[in-house]
Design a protein. Sequence first.
Length: 500
Amino acid sequence: MAEEQKNAPQQPELSELLRLRREKLTALQEAGEDPFQQTKFDWDATSQQIKDNFDAMEGKSVKVAGRLMSKRGMGKVSFCDLQDRDGRIQLYARQDEMDEEVYKKFKKFDIGDIVGVDGEVFRTQRGEMSVRAKNITLLSKSLLPLPEKFHGLQDKELRYRQRYVDLIMNPEVKQSFVIRSQFIKHVRNFMDQRGYIEVETPVLNTISGGATARPFVTHHNTLDIDMYMRIATELPLKRLIVGGLDRVYEIGRIFRNEGMDPKHNPEFTTIELYQAYADFNDMMDLFEELLSSAAQKILGTYEVEWQGEKIDLTPGWPRMPMHEAVKKYCGIDFMAITSDEEAVAAAKAIGVELPETADKTWGNALYECFDQRVEEKLIQPTFITMHPVDVSPLAKRSPKDPRLTERFELFICHSEMGNAFSELNDPIDQRARFQKQVELRDKGDDEAGMMDEDFITALEYGMPPTGGLGIGIDRCVMLLTGTDSIRDVLLFPTMKPLEK
């Protein structure tokens, strides 16, 4: 037995502060006052409600609940800051105004403890709106100390890993996620008011499609097949258009097994929407109205600051074909070029190289010139239209030039905010484009799409002319909150596990 104890793994010694907190918990439990046995507290006011309605509430009894963020004072009088869902309010606790035993127990509470307070609204001699405590109940014991008051939680990596502490210590972080919630609510209301139906489509699919991206692969044990986590919701939603649901949308999580940077996280949120008998021009109108109205409703202004730039979201955003943008910023007139060889040479002349897996075509040369030389120059909201068919396997060809498609992307502050098409509804053309994607995949492009026979079948039944739009929810929230990293608008961003 002694040998077993000797070889047993040793628990790391707790710091003196942590040890004292655990001793306080043990003492409470031994006295039959275990705070973790508390089941509920019927609060009836928040810090902000008290401040907003102080004149009406002054002198009245309230019940508030939250976390102790500071304690000041000595002896028979104590001041505390209580943080609840709305913000902070001062607590005033005086021994001769409370039960003596309750006050003694309260004096042993630690910063970070969660309490329920019965008290009265009043203003201190210094004029601060406060709650005069009559009774304070310990509802949960904090066994770990909060970060030091004046420096808070500053380390970015730690903030993302311990979002719960980040939310406690940094009120502006919580506000970002309030704005996120408000934006998603606005999007839903906006779509519902226009007759769209919200639907849900599968996250797991037997085919990866709807975008050019590397998927996550998993295995279904019962069916004994590999499945792909969706990289887009496009193909299932367009099947619903075929089925007669003329206006549909889905807000959902998308998964792409790609790189991570300030604009990209492996899982992110989009809204995709499809409208029968509409085209990409209708989608531009809708997107402009959706995003500008969100800024006006949530922020009260069209003017926002993002990535060091002042952005004006006032409706009336410019719409520029991709070839015109390349001509403006690169000096190459692709519409005057007729051969693939000349287009590739023109791109190379300004230092633009095509990816090894890409075909050396006019369309790919145009797209790479835009991607590598123009996108970074687009600051104010700009719709870039008429993408080459080579990079748009699901978009309808332009009737004016079969090399181009009726597609747009919205760029703000050199960031893509959304992507839209006049949807391809020709099953024969669609099969040929799927086949081209299959050939690219066979060449080693693991972002290329797959052949989706069932989707071809759906198109063969007939899909009406349709406009479709995909919007990055996270990037829109980054814009509205003025944050530069997608991790700042995701409650739990993907993080590499810490080494043990």
